[in-house]
Design a protein around this ligand. Sequence first.
Ligand SMILES: [Zn+2]
Length: 118
Amino acid sequence: MVLPAMHEVSIMTEAVRLAVETAQTQGARRVCQMRLRVGAMSGAVPEALQFAFEAVIEGTLAEGATLAIEAIPATWWCAPCAATFERDRPLPECPRCGVWSHELRAGRELEIISIEIE
Ligand SMILES: [Zn+2]
């Protein structure tokens, strides 16, 4: 499930709400773990997400749960080289030919991979 790019607290509030809702729907006692995929160009910072997660889970069925973040590097397409390269910033120059790329192939991801409940 893809999450909208917002401030990290809003992102985690929504993600934890979904996890708690899943636990409740399945009759589970608690949420054990959540896995997120976070692209370097998603606008969300993994450290800030982790911090927000710890704050948001307090007093919910997800309290004590762990957050696993799979960081996806930004992968750009260089048309002249017909090749991709990784660079974690917008409008990067191709390391081979120096041409600017504005075609992002991966790195915008911001989604929940899985929710573990018990
Ligand atoms: Zn190139």
